[in-house]
Design a protein around this ligand. Structure first.
Ligand SMILES: [Zn+2]
Length: 379
């Protein structure tokens, strides 16, 4: 219970720091803002006794790596977080930070600066308490919302050397359900080339790329199997030049969600064998798996330990899954035990009503600290 009181006493400090973090805007496509945030954040982390924090870059994209050693030694527990948001600069003008009862609204508070703040306070607790915890690496990246192309190598390198990965992304719903599975995401682009012709003069000489793409869209979307958790969505199409021209070119962008590697392979095979339906047409497919699925077999052992840790805090933790990806997809697919959803309880990720519940910040920070301590006995 002592651990609970520690965090409850710090609720106001957590809320105030979260407001400060959210008032520093961090759109994924604006590296100068990301760098400014990284400097502020690393400065805060360096204020924790015994903690080393450095700012590293991949191209223009910074990430902050903090390390809390432990006299016990051994492999660290990796905490994963990101500080970029989907909100463009000046979003605060349209949706300023505001409090309404127990809720704090604002861009990025839920996805996922609330999780960052919980992580900071949990690290501070572990640093002050001393020996009971394993070493911790807290990796905070800045391109998660745009696919983690700059941070993936660093994430995988840290994960390879870790005993477990805890992802500080938001949990689901008011119950704060932890995430034990996430679908994998594959992206494809389908390009069709036909032959242009005057739509009035000699249409019979044309080969319509749009018509061919339409046929392919119906085919690939028919692979969707809701029961099996497999979906194929053509979300963007482009093509043609004028209504009186038989279109020479068309392309579609496809988002595929899969439950497991087997589904991913099956879809990939089918994509690669898409063929034109007639002479004078070319079909080209590029793309593949971007985030591999986070399968439950890589998460259930950690979830069991989280449940036990939760019980010591009076929490009855439950699990769920989601079609959305996170950086936990990468680490789980490497076979490293991973648990996701350890961030702030709230709602409205990527939406105007994004918010967190202030009174739940201490509970979740306590869970992160207690779970990490428990992992000192995890191989
Ligand atoms: Zn996120």
């Amino acid at each position: 219970m002592e651990i609970k009181a520690y965090f409850q006493d710090r609720q106001d400090a957590m809320v105030n720091l979260l407001k400060e973090a959210a008032s520093l805007e961090t759109p994924s496509d604006h590296p100068p803002s990301l760098k400014a945030f990284a400097q502020w954040w690393a400065g805060l982390l360096r204020g924790i006794r015994g903690l080393e924090a450095e700012i590293l870059f991949d191209g223009d994209y910074p990430y902050v790596r903090a390390f809390l050693p432990s006299p016990r030694g051994g492999k660290p527990v990796l905490w994963l977080a990101h500080f970029d948001t989907v909100w463009p600069l000046s979003s605060l003008k349209r949706m300023p930070l505001r409090e309404e009862g127990d809720r704090l609204f604002g861009p990025g508070v839920f996805d996922m600066k609330g999780g960052l703040i919980q992580g900071l306070f949990a690290l501070r607790y572990l640093a002050e308490r001393g020996e009971a915890h394993p070493p911790v690496v807290f990796l905070c990246t800045s391109d998660e919302e745009i696919g983690s192309h700059h941070s993936r190598a660093a994430i995988e390198k840290e994960a390879r050397e870790s005993r477990a990965v805890l992802v500080l992304e938001p949990p689901v719903g008011e119950e704060g359900l932890l995430k034990t599975w996430r679908k994998g995401i594959a992206d494809y682009r389908i390009r069709v080339k036909g032959r242009s012709a005057h739509a009035g003069g000699e249409p019979e000489k044309g080969r319509s790329a749009i018509r061919e793409l339409a046929r392919i869209i119906l085919e690939v979307e028919s692979w969707t199997d809701f029961q099996a958790g497999l979906t194929v969505n053509v979300g963007v199409v482009r093509g043609g030049t004028r209504s009186n021209v038989v279109p020479e070119e068309a392309e579609g962008e496809v988002d595929v969600r899969v439950m497991d590697e087997g589904q991913a392979r099956m879809i990939h095979e089918r994509m690669k064998t898409l063929a034109p339906s007639g002479d004078g047409l070319l079909v080209e497919v590029t793309g593949g798996l971007n985030r591999p699925p986070m399968e439950r077999r890589h998460t259930e052992a950690l979830f069991r330990i989280a449940k036990e840790a939760g019980e010591t805090l009076g929490l009855r933790l439950q699990e769920t899954g989601t079609g959305g990806g996170s950086d936990g997809n990468f680490t789980a697919a490497m076979g490293i035990p991973t648990l996701d959803g350890l961030g702030a309880v709230g709602d409205g990720a990527h939406a105007q009503h994004e918010h967190i519940w202030k009174s739940r910040l201490p509970e979740r920070a306590a869970l992160l600290a207690a779970l990490t301590e428990r992992l000192s006995r995890f191989p």
